[in-house]
Design a protein around this ligand. Sequence first.
Ligand code: HEC
Length: 211
Amino acid sequence: MSVSSIATAFARASSARKWHSHAVFGRLTSILSLLFLAAACDAPPAPLTSVPLEFAGSETCRECHAPQFGLWQQSHHALAMQQATPDTVLGDFSGVDFRYGDNVSTFFTRDGKFMVRTDNKDGELEEFVVSFTFGVTPLQQYLVQMEDGRVQSLTIAWDSRSRADGGQRWYHLYPDEIIGHDDPLHWKRAELELHVRRVPFDGSAQELRPG
Ligand code: HEC
């Protein structure tokens, strides 16, 4: 690729601009970039391969970023969002009831899963599997993954402070007003949807897989 042919292409691009045709000019601009690339190196540019996008997981960062990985692992950031397991759940899921307005929600376990029976979008009690923990201190919130992939944040949270500090209890994030099932702030509604939309979740995978 000679410099003069690049110049010719550039001249064509300039006249294309005069036609006020954005489509043609845009195409010439990309051709120009390719010409510059071709002129810069003798070998033809390697074809672009498409790598499938998938969640790499934090472990994959360790090999190249060992000190940062160590610091991160000891920080609360590493605990920000975890699969709900006996190791990560701080709240009392031993069948305890929590009253809010006219509803009584119950936190319990079944078949090793952490569950909540609470009011659904229609105001009726329904059972949900708690999928993730969110945060550790001074409170821990719980996330429920819906069948369509949405992740909703429960508005009843666990006060993880010590008993002496008034903690170790369930409480509602909106204690002074009763949020009904038709309120935008109800936990099943859009306001309480995690801002990771439509996260595909493979139940067998131990990690969240953002899509
Ligand atoms: C194969 C080695 C390798 C792996 C694996 C790797 N990185 Fe990197 N990363 C690098 C290199 C090299 C740089 C550039 C460092 C520089 O410019 O000083 C970098 C830079 C970064 C930066 C920018 C730092 C800055 O100062 O701007 C971030 C953030 C980062 N990596 C995060 C990650 C995360 C998160 C993962 C895991 C998902 C990861 N890296 C996995 C090699 C790697």
